[in-house]
Design a protein around this ligand. Structure first.
Ligand SMILES: [Zn+2]
Length: 173
């Protein structure tokens, strides 16, 4: 069951990434400077930030997805959501708290890259089911929260964050 849902989700997300990637913003020079001791340059240049308030949907399917996101952000009180290289943010990232959100979402980008869409969703949904549907116990979220706290919030510099993340993700391949 988890496999079927993960498979369908990975197909859906791949399509959405196709629609939204071109609408996204590159990370700013300042953001790249702040983040390049933690994440690989190729990853930082691939990421696109999509501020929901900025997207002017010209196509009907984009309009539909956007509506879904706006509802989801409002209902779940989400600040950020990552689909592959696309990071959706509910507001602009100059805000200090939002830099933390961005850091957290970038860890999800590493997870997608390392695992592929299918394995990401298998690990995410499987972890959610296994942990009594608790969002904060999903191992991929635990990893993102833990390393954001260490590296960003508490400024404990980690030499090779990406390498560490990749090592931890081996269990889900
Ligand atoms: Zn997360």
């Amino acid at each position: 069951m988890t496999y079927v849902i993960s498979y369908l989700l990975s197909k859906l997300v791949r399509n959405q990434v196709k629609h939204f990637y071109g609408l996204g913003n590159l990370l700013s020079e300042i953001q790249i400077q702040e983040l390049n001791s933690f994440f690989e340059p190729s990853l930082l240049s691939k990421v696109r930030l999509i501020y929901l308030e900025d997207v002017i949907p010209s196509r009907i399917h984009v309009r539909f997805y956007l509506l879904c996101y706006q509802m989801m952000f409002r209902l779940q009180k989400l600040a950020g959501l990552t689909l592959g290289p696309c990071i959706f943010l509910s507001q602009k990232t100059e805000d200090v708290d939002f830099k933390e959100v961005l850091f957290h979402e970038l860890i999800h980008v590493v997870q997608y890259e390392e695992l592929s869409y299918l394995n990401f969703f298998k690990a995410y949904i499987g972890g959610w089911v296994k942990n009594s549907f608790s969002y904060f116990k999903i191992p991929l979220e635990v990893q993102a929260y833990y390393w954001t706290k260490c590296c960003w919030t508490e400024k404990q510099i980690r030499d090779d964050l990406t390498g560490t993340l990749k090592m931890e993700l081996r269990a889900y391949k």
